[in-house]
Each structure stands twice: as structure tokens, then as C-alpha cells.
Design a protein around this ligand. Sequence first.
Ligand SMILES: NC(=O)C1=CN([C@@H]2O[C@H](COP(=O)(O)OP(=O)(O)OC[C@H]3O[C@@H](n4cnc5c(N)ncnc54)[C@H](OP(=O)(O)O)[C@@H]3O)[C@@H](O)[C@H]2O)C=CC1
Ligand SMILES: O=C(CO)COP(=O)(O)O
Ligand SMILES: [Zn+2]
Length: 350
Amino acid sequence: MESKEHIIDLPKRVYIGNDLISSIREYLISLNLSDPFLVVTGPIVRMSITSKLFDSLSNFKYEVIEVKSADIEEVNHVEEFAKQIKANVIIGVGGGSVIDVAKYVAFRIDKEFISIPTAPSHDGITSPFAAIKGMGKPISVKAKGPLSIIADIQILSTAPRRLINAGVGDTIGKFIAVRDWKLASKITGEYYGDYTASLALLSAKHALSCTKLLNKDLRAGVRILTEALISSGVAMGMAGSTRPASGSEHLFAHAIEMLYPGKGLHGELVAIGTILMAYVHGINWRKIKKAMKRVGLPTNAKEVGIPEEGVIKALTIAHSIRPERYTILGDRGLSWSSAEKIARETGVIS
Ligand SMILES: NC(=O)C1=CN([C@@H]2O[C@H](COP(=O)(O)OP(=O)(O)OC[C@H]3O[C@@H](n4cnc5c(N)ncnc54)[C@H](OP(=O)(O)O)[C@@H]3O)[C@@H](O)[C@H]2O)C=CC1
Ligand SMILES: O=C(CO)COP(=O)(O)O
Ligand SMILES: [Zn+2]
């Protein structure tokens, strides 16, 4: 039976453009937000990016806390500090891990969350979900969607190229996620949201086409990529789950993250998962791989420092990570020999 209501979490205002970081004060005022604020950031970003932000916040009461990874201990620590300073708003400034900790803390203490991404490496910029380690599974959980996103293209474009490429990988993965979703709706009768699926697919198409632009005009490419990441996050907010944005390609990435923690960025692993699952779905995996190579994304196990057997193992366990979400991997998953064949034929292992 359909539930009585479906709540869609969307950001109220998205600021996108250049040198926005110096105008944070005006944005916070126009959103009617009152201090104290808690700025959650990471050590590298704090050193290199936040000085203009702090200048802009100088008339407000605010505190800063650094996190090093998105795990439950960090969440507990940030939550305790947020309560101690009676923070009204949590501002996440950084990559995916920092944004996830900030939005999960905001969710737990029921405060507003502002997302200030410094790298276009993931679509958690907008999504009301967070991937927090130490909560049992490597998949994301419900969190607070951002009230506002402040996407400063100038900052996002100066992120290391590897992080920019990871954003391409995370977004191209939607080609698979949407196909898995449609397949599931046919096999299990799961609801398939055509509109949300189209939105996620559009993000993937834009990410694919911006692989050419990124090499010619980095800033223009980053703008398109950032918009694609934002709208993929919107698709998750509309669906009320990460379904439009995470299918078997993410399951492969999660399996690798479990087997080899810290190897490869999230978007890089999703990119490799996309090649593998495109092959399984029977779609043009060569075109996807070519686009990934064009930007310099890793396309094989060696490039991310994973042993060949690790790829095969990950392929055989991926289906078991989120059994409630049906994908092309089915309920039984891949046998060792078919996993090996898929990985070899796509060149993910040699
Ligand atoms: N919630 C969701 O829906 C989603 C969540 N994710 C999650 O996001 C995480 C991946 O995020 P990702 O950004 O790839 O990786 P991380 O956030 O783990 O790491 C990014 C690294 O890059 C640094 N960095 C960020 N911006 C800049 C910059 N402009 N210049 C120089 N260095 C910079 C960070 O510095 P510092 O050390 O200062 O932090 C950090 O060391 C994963 O945990 C993944 O699960 C991914 C997709 C969706
Ligand atoms: O990474 C995500 C979307 O890009 C979130 O996916 P999960 O729900 O599988 O963690
Ligand atoms: Zn992802």
C-alpha cells in the first residue's frame, strides 16, 4: 500500500557562482539564520580556503571544529561541541566526508545545515543522506538536507584534479543506478519514479559530456559538473532515498571500501564499478571507459592499488551489502568465475 504522505527534502536556496565565499554573511542574513554557528571543516580546507569565510563571519558568534573522517566517533564529538556552544546552524565546509558529518550532526540535533562544498567530488552536496562509518554498513543513512548550498566555482575549480574527476565518476554512475532501479521495478514491483530517474540520468549525461570540457576550460567544466552533482542530490531528495543515485556500481564501490578501507576516492571506485556494471547491463561500457580515461580517472584495479583478486571478491559480495535494494546483481550475486570474466573483459584486471 502507498504511504499517506511522501516528504520531499529540497534546498531552499542554491548560490552558485564565483567568489561567493566572501558574501556568506549576507547569505546567512537573507536566510534569517541566527548565530551561534558551528563551522565543520577539515584540516587541509581550513588551512587553504576558510580565511575569507571567517572574515565574512566576523560579526557573528561562531566556532570552528575540524574532522578528519566521516565516522561515528567524529559525529559524536561534533554533536557534543555543537550542543555545548548552543549552535543554531551547522555549516559544512569541505569534501564529502566533512559535509556528511555536518549534515548528520544537524539531523541529530535538529538544526539547519548549510552546505559549502570545496570539491565537486560527490553528490552528497545536496542529498539528505550521509555515509557515516561505524554504523554497521558502508551505505548512507538519513540526514538533514541543506537549507542552502553555496557553491563557489572559483574554489571548486581549484580542488585537486583527482577530486574533480571523482565527481565525474560518482555522477556517471547514475547511468547504472537508474537502470538498476527500472529493472527492480519490473522484477520486484518496487516504485520507479520516472521524473526522479530522468533527473539522475540527466546528471550522468552532463557529467559524461563535461569530460571533454574539463580538459579545455576547467572552470566551465566544473560549473556543469557541480550543477549535475546538485541535481543528482535533488533527485535523491525527491525520491526520499539514494535509489536514483546508487545501484550496483555503488555496491561494488562499497564492497571495495569494506575490503580495502582508504583505497581510492568514492567517485573513483564508483567509476570502476560503472564500467563493470555497464558490461553486465549490456550497455556501451567502452564509451564510458573512454570518457573516464579522457579526464584521467582510474579504470583498473592497479591504478587504485587494489589487488586483482580484491576486485573479483568485491564483485561476488556486492549484492549482499544492501539486499533490500534489487539490482542487476540479483539475489545470488556473481559467481567467482563470472566476476573474473567481467573484470578481465572490461580491463579492470589484466
Ligand atoms: N551523502 C551522500 O549522499 C554522499 C556521500 N558521499 C561520501 O563522500 C565521501 C567522499 O567525499 P570526497 O570529497 O571524495 O572525499 P573526502 O571528503 O573523504 O576527502 C576529500 C579530501 O580532499 C580535501 N579537499 C577538499 N576540498 C579541497 C580543496 N578545494 N583543495 C584541496 N583539498 C581539498 C579534503 O581536505 P580536508 O582534510 O580538509 O577535509 C580531504 O582531505 C565518502 O565518504 C562518500 O561516502 C559520496 C556521495 C554521496
Ligand atoms: O554515494 C551515494 C550517491 O552518490 C549514496 O549512496 P549509498 O546510499 O549507496 O551510500
Ligand atoms: Zn556516490
